[in-house]
Unconditional design. Structure first.
Lengths: 306, 440
């Protein structure tokens, strides 16, 4: 009997990792931040998270005509990321529209997963901000949910509150502690490279310390730390700028990208009209990602330099 | 003990436990052997015998005038019954000499020991190595005498012995080191003499520390030979990577190891060289690891070249019913075969890997998510993702600009890709296309 076997080109074994498993790891990494958001901002926060994820997943399932709404998990990640960068108290329809916009305009008009130029969640956030600016700058205090300004807009707070996240701000951006926990997990799993968050946070700290800060060293340093912990830098640096699809793939490119995000964020914060600049900084750097990749091709093995 | 390593690479499971503790057992003498005329990279051989001829074991039965070629020899004594095509590991049927064994294994008169092998000159050594059909036994089967003949202006500082056996599953080299260390050392000394190199480094991955110990003992007191334990990472045994790891030198793009004063030989080849020079025996047997989840009794065997794979499989208890893929070589770079029929073991057959149905799943190809894991894993620092998408769009020139021709085809990119993209396969397509254009 002639044996009939599969013939294919090597390699014949594959790592078990898949897009789905990577996305599940990202969801796990975002869990602490999401949990912190629910603890601080209560049912409103919980509802925003659920609606954001559902809206993104259902939109993707419709576009791809697939019954399994979880699919490769990327829509769930986009939906969750969007929810985490929205203000804690927003109308339910805003969240639903945001999720749909992220998946359609942010992702599928470019050809679906892997082809989008801009981070889908941030694209949606930018569109929502420009369309319903009133809702998008409505900030509340944690727990009692009373309207309040954010620390970046001048509200006073302590470094302790900034670290644990007991401050007004977007749903998932306030707790540096929860974000570092999740970011550390992604670093450990090898899904993100230290260069992007390192370049980003490092630049924000240096610029925060040196620019527009008060005289003595302690004051300057605390201004630097403040800029790192306040607002969306932690969430942006660890989860948004590190989005695989829209950030460079070369090691040097990643560092340049991170530094670029930091510079743009601080220029907007210190010299722009908005108190916060993470969203637009990252979107802007997304646009130059292909260029960065092209200019930072690694030196190949045995390259003859003449 | 330093565990040296290189940039990039991946960590597949080792899968060596099934056979690493099993001593090499001689396979049953075959009743018939099939000796393909092409068992090496380079010009195929022409038969030197005709149907009906009596041949003896070790007799040269095929040769070629080309420099980049190696003769083939009878691995049994008996009668030539047929000269016809047989299946070949590379996928294309090739001409082969079918010899029916008389069961006596009478050696041919050309097989004579060299009692004074230490007095042989470099040129005499190279001549013997060519005449005895020695080729690289790690799998690439490049004729050894060619490797030992670097350009006259190249000075060879190092002989590097690839004993990494970085392919998962394979244990043939590991067992050779445990069982025949002294022959390996003699082979290394002969190679050093052939290329006039003062030093030799033997590189062994640190998942084989017993082999490191034994080889260290065997090399003790021998001037110039050092044994190094290397970090276990694929592709540690790739020529360029091994050179970087052991000497810190980098082979220039498009160049040969001799350009940086190195000659790399596989550990199994050293045993073949020792056999050829000391005893006059041509390369007619080799260690083969028969393993995988779809074989009943995984084994390391000493198999004669020309033995049909069917017979080898049968001596290992046969396939399990769930067999789905049979690979000659290791899982990262080996060649999948449609079946074991009329397919002989050749000089480069380091392993027969039998994979079961659940290990051979057809993977759906997704879009690239630009995770960059292939860039991280690539040991030659090219960008598989961009080459892959260029090939997908038929843009071979773009693939060339992304350094497709520097690819060593180790397969790390395809292995690691979470989108299951066949990156190295695409790069191979690009290389074929670019090479064809360059020839024009």
């Amino acid at each position: 009997m002639e044996t009939k076997l599969v013939v294919s080109s090597s390699p014949h074994i594959r790592a078990s990792q898949s897009i789905r498993s990577v996305m599940i790891d990202v969801l796990v990494a975002l869990f602490p931040a999401a949990l912190a958001g629910v603890i601080f901002f209560r049912w409103g926060g919980f509802l925003t998270i659920i609606l954001g994820m559902l809206s993104a997943m259902v939109t993707e399932a419709i576009i791809l005509r697939k019954k399994n709404i979880f699919g490769d998990g990327s829509a769930a990640v986009t939906g969750l990321l969007l929810a985490l960068v929205l203000p804690p108290i927003v109308p339910w329809w805003l969240v639903v529209i945001g999720g749909a916009v992220a998946i359609t305009i942010g992702k599928h008009v470019f050809g679906g997963i892997g082809n989008n130029i801009f981070n889908p969640a941030l694209t949606a956030r930018a569109i929502l901000t420009l369309s319903w600016v009133g809702y998008m700058v409505h900030w509340v205090r944690p727990i009692d949910l009373a309207t309040s300004a954010t620390p970046l807009a001048g509200a006073s707070t302590s470094f302790y509150n900034l670290f644990v996240g007991a401050i007004p701000g977007s749903l998932g951006e306030t707790s540096a502690f929860a974000l570092i926990l999740g970011g550390g997990w992604l670093l450990y799993k090898g899904h993100i490279d230290w260069r992007i968050p390192g370049g980003y946070i490092g630049t924000v700290f240096v610029m925060g310390t040196l620019l527009k800060s008060s005289g003595n060293l302690a004051g300057m340093l605390s201004a630097g730390i403040f800029h790192v912990l306040a607002g969306g830098v932690m969430l942006g640096a660890l989860f948004m700028a590190t989005d695989m699809v829209t950030s460079p793939v070369t090691p040097r490119g990643k560092l340049i990208f991170g530094i670029g995000c930091g510079v743009m964020t601080m220029l907007i914060r210190l010299y722009g009209v908005f108190p916060e600049g993470v969203t637009f900084a990252i979107l802007l750097m997304n646009a130059v990602t292909p260029l960065i990749d092209k200019l930072t091709m690694p030196r190949k093995y045995g390259e003859v330099t003449s | 003990m330093s565990f040296k390593t290189f940039k990039g690479g991946v960590h597949p499971g080792h899968f060596k436990s099934a056979t690493e503790k099993k001593p090499v057992v001689p396979a049953r003498p075959p009743t018939m052997v099939v000796i393909p005329m092409a068992q090496h990279i380079g010009a195929p051989c022409e038969p030197l015998v005709a149907v009906g001829d009596e041949v003896r074991m070790g007799q040269k039965i095929g040769d070629s005038k080309g420099f980049v070629s190696a003769p083939v020899h009878a691995s049994v004594s008996g009668k030539v019954v047929k000269i016809d095509k047989c299946n070949h590991a590379l996928g294309r049927p090739v001409q082969a000499i079918y010899i029916e064994s008389d069961g006596l294994d009478t050696w041919h008169e050309d097989v004579q020991p060299n009692h004074n092998y230490n007095d042989l000159t470099a040129d005499e050594l190279k001549k013997i190595i060519r005449e005895k059909g020695i080729v690289g036994m790690g799998g690439a089967t490049f004729p050894t005498h060619v490797k030992l003949s670097p350009p006259p202006d190249a000075k060879i500082d190092y002989v590097l012995i690839n004993a990494a056996e970085c392919e998962p599953y394979l244990t043939a080299d590991h067992r050779a080191m445990l069982e025949r260390p002294d022959e390996i050392i003699i082979g290394v000394q002969l190679v050093m003499k052939a290329v006039n190199a003062p030093k030799a480094y033997i590189g062994i991955e640190d998942n084989k520390l017993d082999a490191v110990e034994i080889m260290k003992k065997a090399a003790e007191g021998i001037a110039g030979i050092e044994v190094h334990a290397l970090h276990t990472k694929y592709p540690q045994g790739a020529e360029k990577q091994l050179i970087s790891v052991l000497t810190g030198r980098e082979v220039p793009s498009g160049g040969l190891p001799s350009a940086v004063g190195c000659v790399v030989q596989n550990v199994g080849t050293c045993i073949a060289i020792s056999d050829a020079v000391r005893f006059g025996k041509p390369l007619i047997v080799r260690n083969v690891t028969i393993t995988g989840s779809a074989i009943n009794e995984p084994k390391n065997m000493l198999v004669r070249v020309g033995t049909l794979i069917e017979e080898v499989i049968e001596q290992c208890g046969g396939f399990k019913p769930n067999i789905k893929k049979m690979v000659l070589g290791g899982p990262m770079m080996g060649l999948a075969q449609p079946g074991p029929e009329n397919l002989p073991v050749i000089k480069g057959t380091s392993g027969i890997l039998c994979l079961s149905e659940d290990e051979v799943q057809l993977q759906e190809i997704d879009n690239c998510i630009r995770c960059g894991k292939c860039v991280e894993a690539c040991p030659v620092s090219i960008m598989p993702l961009f080459i892959g998408s260029s090939v997908e769009q038929g843009l071979y020139e773009k693939a060339e600009a992304y350094n497709a021709m520097d690819c060593i085809e180790c397969g790390c990119c395809t292995y690691i890709c979470p989108a299951k993209r066949p990156l190295v396969q695409w790069i191979r397509m690009a290389k074929g296309d670019i090479a064809a254009k360059r020839r024009k």
